[in-house]
Design a protein around this ligand. Structure first.
Ligand code: G1P
Ligand code: ZN
Length: 561
C-alpha cells in the first residue's frame, strides 16, 4: 500500500491557459511546484467527478514530457482518480488522444504539448486539458482551472509511485483505501483503426502504388521529428505501402532535432525544396503534436489551408465516412479565408464563423451541426474527433485525388473556376515585446472606433477600398450561449476584402502580432498569380494604418503564409 502526502505550495499567478492550454518555457514548468500546481488545479476543477475517473495522459514527445507524466501519475493517484491511460513513452498525438477519449468514454485527458512551438530544455512546454467529448476544454473550464491556481495552498501526491512507461502494461496499486490503475498502451493502434473506418484505404493504396490506368502517385510525408512519426510509419508505410525513404523525420525527438515543428512554407522548407524538384506529386508535413498539416502539390504548388478547407468541403461526399453521416454543416475560424463559405452556399449548408481556436467548434459538433471545419493556421478536421487532425487531412486529400484522378493543382484550378479565388495571406510578427504589440492593436482600435471610419476610402497605388464595417470580433455560441469577446480587429471592405489584426494566444513569452489579409477575384487570369502580388495594396494599407514598424521596429514579418 502506498501513502498520500500533501505538500504546501506557493502560488503562481501566471497559469492562465491561452488559445490552446498553458504554454511556457520548459524552465518555467521546471520551477518547484509549478507543474504540480497546475495538475492539481485540473483535478480540483473536476469536483466530485474526479472520484474513480479515468484520464488519458500523453504528449508530443518533447523534452520534459516524461517527467511530467510521472508527476501526473503521482498526483492523480492521490486525488482519487481511478485509472490513467498512458501512451507508451509518453507518446500520444493530440488527435489520437481525442479519439481515445471518445472511443473508450474516458473523463478526459491531460495533453502534454506546445504543439508547433520548438522543443528542448530552452524551448517550450505545454499542458492542455481535454474534456470527455474529446475536445480542448472550453473557456469556462480553463477559467475555473486558472481561478483555482490563484488560491491553491497545497497539492497531493503519492511520492513512491513510479511506473515504467516504456513498457505496455497494466499496474494496479493500492493507494490508501482505494485501487489505482495505470495502463501503458500502444498510442497508435486505435487511431489507425479509426482512419481505416473513415477513408477508402484500398483506393488510396491503388493511388500510391499506381495501376494499369494510372502511374504511381508519389507521396512524401515529413513528420518534422514530432509525434506523428509512428502513426505515419504505420498508416502510410505498413498500411498503404509508401516507401520508407518517403516518410522522413519520423522518429519523435525531444528537441525535434532542432526543427521548428510547424508545417508551413518557412519551417517545413526542407520538404518544400524536395518537392520543388518535381519528383513528388504531393508533399505533406505535420506539426509537433500531429494536429496541423501542410499540403503541397507537384513542384511545391502550395495549397493555402483556407482553400484546402473549401476543396475538402466541396468533395466531402467522396469520403466513405461522410457518405454515411451526411454533411451537417461547415465552420471556420474568423480569420480563415472565406472560400468555404461559397461552397456552403452552393450546397445550401450551414456555415459558422467562430473565434480562433479549435475549442469553439466542439459544441457545434456535439450538437450535430458541424461535419467539417478548419483554420487558416494549417488546421483541418471533422467531427470524427474533437481536435484538428493532420494525418486525417492528408488522407482526405489522398482519398479525393484517388476518386477524382486529378493532380492537386488541377483540383485547385477547377475549384477556382467554379467559385472564384479567395486570395489569402498571413503575416506574423513573432517575438515582439508585449507593450509595442499592444500599441499596434490600440492604433487600430482608435481608428475603427471613429464613427467616420465607416465609408472611408483607403488607397494604395491605383487600388481603393471602401470600409464597410469594422469591429472587434465577438462570438456567441449558439448551443450554450456563452459570449467570447475581443477575438480580433476586423476591417471589412465593400468588395468583400478583409484586414484582420490579432495577438497570438499560444506564445510562451512576449507577443506575436498576426495580420490576416483576404481578397476575392473572379477573373481566371488572376488565379495563378502570387497571393503576395494580388494582396500587396491591402497589405500596405494594413501596415501603414497599424504603424507596426513605428511601434515594434519590425520592417518585415518573421513568417509569411
Ligand atoms: C494559433 C492559431 C490558431 C490555432 C492555435 C492552436 O493560435 O492561430 O488558429 O487554433 O494556434 O493550434 P494563436 O497563436 O494565433 O492564438
Ligand atoms: Zn498542434
Amino acid at each position: 500500500m502506498m501513502n498520500i502526502e500533501e505538500t504546501k505550495t506557493n502560488i503562481f499567478n501566471d497559469q492562465k491557459p491561452g488559445t490552446s492550454g498553458l504554454r511556457k518555457k520548459v524552465t518555467v514548468f521546471q520551477q518547484e511546484f509549478y507543474t504540480e500546481n497546475f495538475v492539481q488545479a485540473i483535478f480540483d476543477a473536476q469536483g466530485d467527478r474526479v472520484v474513480d475517473s479515468t484520464f488519458v495522459v500523453g504528449g508530443d514527445g518533447r523534452y520534459y514530457v516524461k517527467e511530467v507524466v510521472s508527476k501526473i501519475i503521482k498526483i492523480a493517484a492521490a486525488n482519487r482518480v481511478g485509472k490513467l491511460i498512458v501512451g507508451r513513452n509518453g507518446i500520444f498525438s493530440t488527435p489520437a488522444i481525442s479519439n481515445y477519449i471518445r472511443k473508450y468514454k474516458t473523463n478526459g485527458a491531460i495533453v502534454l504539448t506546445a504543439s508547433h512551438n520548438p522543443g528542448g530544455p530552452d524551448n517550450d512546454f505545454g499542458i492542455k486539458f481535454n474534456c470527455e467529448n474529446g475536445g480542448p476544454a472550453p473557456d469556462q473550464v480553463t477559467n475555473r482551472i486558472f481561478e483555482i491556481t490563484k488560491s491553491l495552498e497545497s497539492f497531493k501526491y503519492v511520492p513512491n509511485l513510479i511506473i515504467d512507461i516504456e513498457k505496455e502494461q497494466s499496474t494496479a496499486i493500492q493507494v490508501g483505501d482505494r485501487k489505482f490503475v495505470v495502463e501503458v498502451i500502444n498510442p497508435v493502434e486505435d487511431y489507425v483503426v479509426l482512419m481505416k473506418e473513415i477513408f477508402d484505404f484500398p483506393s488510396i493504396k491503388e493511388l500510391v502504388h499506381g495501376s494499369a490506368e494510372r502511374p504511381k502517385f508519389e507521396l512524401i510525408v515529413d513528420c518534422l521529428n514530432g509525434v506523428t512519426g509512428p502513426y505515419a510509419q504505420c498508416i502510410f508505410g505498413t498500411e498503404l505501402g509508401v516507401g520508407e525513404s518517403s516518410i522522413v523525420h519520423s522518429t519523435p525527438l525531444e528537441d525535434f532535432g532542432g526543427l521548428h515543428p510547424d508545417p508551413n512554407l518557412t519551417y517545413a522548407s526542407n520538404l518544400v525544396d524536395t518537392v520543388r524538384k518535381g519528383v513528388y506529386d504531393m508533399g505533406v508535413a505535420f506539426d509537433g503534436d500531429g494536429d496541423r498539416n501542410m499540403i503541397i502539390g507537384k513542384n511545391a504548388f502550395f495549397v493555402n489551408p483556407s482553400d484546402s478547407l473549401a476543396v475538402l468541403a466541396d468533395n466531402l461526399e467522396l469520403i466513405p465516412y461522410f457518405k454515411k453521416t451526411g454533411i451537417k454543416g461547415f465552420a471556420r475560424s474568423m480569420p480563415t479565408g472565406s472560400a468555404v463559405d461559397r461552397v456552403a452556399l452552393n450546397k445550401a449548408c450551414d456555415i459558422f464563423e467562430v473565434p480562433t481556436g479549435w475549442k469553439y467548434f466542439g459544441n457545434l459538433m456535439d450538437a450535430g451541426r458541424l461535419s467539417l471545419c478548419g483554420e487558416e493556421s494549417f488546421g483541418t478536421g471533422s467531427d470524427h474527433i474533437r481536435e484538428k487532425d493532420g494525418i486525417w487531412a492528408c488522407l482526405a486529400w489522398l482519398n479525393i485525388i484517388a476518386k477524382l484522378g486529378k493532380s492537386i493543382e488541377e483540383v485547385l484550378m477547377d475549384h477556382w473556376k467554379i467559385y472564384g479565388r479567395h486570395f489569402f495571406t498571413r503575416y506574423d510578427y513573432e517575438g515582439c515585446e508585449s507593450l509595442p504589440a499592444n500599441e499596434v492593436m490600440i492604433e487600430i482600435v482608435s481608428l475603427i472606433q471613429n464613427p467616420k471610419f465607416i465609408g472611408e476610402k483607403l488607397s494604395w497605388g491605383d487600388k481603393t477600398y471602401v470600409v464597410q464595417k469594422a469591429d472587434d470580433f465577438s462570438y456567441q455560441d449558439i448551443i450554450d450561449h456563452s459570449l467570447t469577446v475581443n477575438q480580433g480587429l476586423r476591417i471589412l471592405f465593400e468588395d468583400g476584402s478583409r484586414i484582420v489584426f490579432r495577438l497570438s494566444g499560444t506564445g510562451s513569452s512576449g507577443a506575436t502580432i498576426r495580420l490576416y489579409i483576404e481578397s476575392y477575384e473572379t477573373n481566371p487570369s488572376t488565379f495563378m498569380m502570387d497571393a503576395q502580388v494580388i494582396l500587396k495594396p491591402l497589405i500596405n494599407i494594413a501596415i501603414n494604418m497599424s504603424k507596426v514598424e513605428e511601434h515594434t521596429g519590425r520592417k518585415f514579418p518573421t513568417v509569411i503564409t
